[in-house]
Design a protein around this ligand. Structure first.
Ligand code: NAD
Length: 376
């Protein structure tokens, strides 16, 4: 019997991505996977049902889930969605497992095999499966465009009949995946870019993209290539140096994050007060509370008529076509090695190799057992 894959409409307000795009659907169909999709599920990502050739379009989500062995999702399944799924279904998507204990219990009760895209390990072999990276790159790019849009100045230097326009100064805080893409985007737009991160390896990466690295003298390399939290002294030292650079900036794009912790507060009120009139902060760390103390996640704040503080949520969703394409390929690259195709019978079945160091790290629940380390 073929694998029956189902893709529902994403129900979280504002979520415009879809977990399957037409090209990946074709690749799965060629492998013998039968695909059903909820009617108009991909409309918000600008893919029509007609583009999904060979995919069965289903009117109701109840029917969709009733006939599924595997479900691809973007946002974590709600309890109501889980109720509709068959026992033993495989569910793959973002799961935010640390925030969703009830979801975990329900998936476990229903013997669902669940995989969390957030837990795909950041190893070289898994780069093509790494949704955190693919979506962070989109956020970095789009964050700079938002900054350029809100700015009161041009980004590039312009020589015009009305005089020469100086290029904008852009400061990028946090030079992980989003930050590096933000540097590259701001450079392409012609800005003068400075960048800062607490991990020592980032200096060379920032410079190779054409940014000047801000050296605060603080190095806080943590485990697994991530940053660690700063001590109070380090925070003060970082603040003193950064404040001078932020005061000169037209646009600040901040992306700093520490895994499993709220976003570090890097820009305080006094730093905002010293910023140029008309300057902009785009706080891409808003999902974790923000890097600026004045950020209001999901809002754009006009601080005292001087500084615009923009703290958007779910930025990748604002580039829905490419975000869906990249996310969908991440899911395909994670799952397809475990689709075993029997050519004679034109049959496909899912056989997971639990010794595999990617799949074994991102599985949350399987056969009535909670596998996620954080729940042990
Ligand atoms: P992230 O989203 O967790 O954090 C963004 C950046 O914020 C990081 O560079 C971090 O160092 C920085 N940061 C944290 N606290 C800060 C502070 N107080 N001030 C300034 N900056 C601060 O990171 P990410 O983009 O997901 O990447 C994290 C790491 O994973 C990097 O080392 C990256 O190279 C690595 N990575 C590896 C792979 C792979 O090999 N497959 C894929 C993606 C990322």
């Amino acid at each position: 019997m073929a694998i029956r894959l189902a893709v529902p409409n994403e129900i979280v307000p504002g979520e415009r991505r879809i977990a399957l795009e037409p090209g990946v659907a074709q690749r799965l169909i060629k492998m013998g996977v039968e695909i059903s999709m909820e009617k108009d599920a991909a409309i918000s990502s600008h893919f029509s049902d007609e583009q999904f050739e060979g995919v069965k379009i289903v009117d109701s989500v109840d029917e969709l889930y009733k006939n599924a062995d595997m479900i691809f999702k973007v946002a974590p399944p709600t309890l109501e969605e889980l109720d509709k799924m068959n026992d033993g279904t495989v569910v793959v998507g973002y799961m935010a497992p640390h925030l969703n204990a009830e979801m975990m219990n329900k998936m476990n009760e229903k013997k669902i095999t669940s995989f969390s895209m957030e837990l795909v390990p950041r190893i070289t072999r898994a780069q093509s499966m790494d949704a955190l990276s693919s979506q962070a790159a989109i956020a970095g790019y789009k964050g700079v465009l938002m900054g350029a849009d809100l700015a009161s100045v041009f980004f590039p230097m312009l020589t015009t009949a009305a005089g020469t326009i100086r290029p904008a100064k852009v400061v990028i805080i946090g030079a992980g995946v989003a930050g590096l893409q933000a540097i590259a985007t701001a450079k392409r737009l012609g800005a003068i870019v400075e960048a800062y991160d607490v991990r020592s390896a980032t200096k060379e990466q920032c410079e190779s993209l054409g940014a000047k690295f801000i050296d605060t003298g603080v190095a806080a390399d943590g485990e697994g290539g991530y940053a660690r939290e700063l001590t109070d002294d380090e925070k003060q030292q970082q603040r003193d140096v950064l404040a001078k650079h932020i005061a000169m900036a037209d646009v600040v794009v901040s992306t700093a994050a520490i895994p499993g912790r709220p976003s570090p507060k890097i820009i305080d009120e006094a730093m905002v007060k010293d910023m140029k009139v008309g300057s902009v902060i785009v706080d891409l760390a808003a999902e974790g509370g923000g890097n600026c103390v004045l950020s209001q996640p999901g809002e754009t704040v006009d601080h005292e008529g001087r500084v615009t503080i923009h703290a958007p949520l779910n930025v990748p969703s604002q580039v829905p076509i490419h975000a869906s394409e990249m996310y969908s390929k991440n899911l395909f690259n994670l799952i397809s090695p475990f689709i075993l195709v029997d050519e004679d019978q034109n049959d496909a079945k899912l056989v997971f190799d639990w010794e595999d160091d990617v799949i074994s790290k991102c599985v949350l629940t399987h056969e009535g057992e909670i596998k996620a380390e954080m729940y042990k």
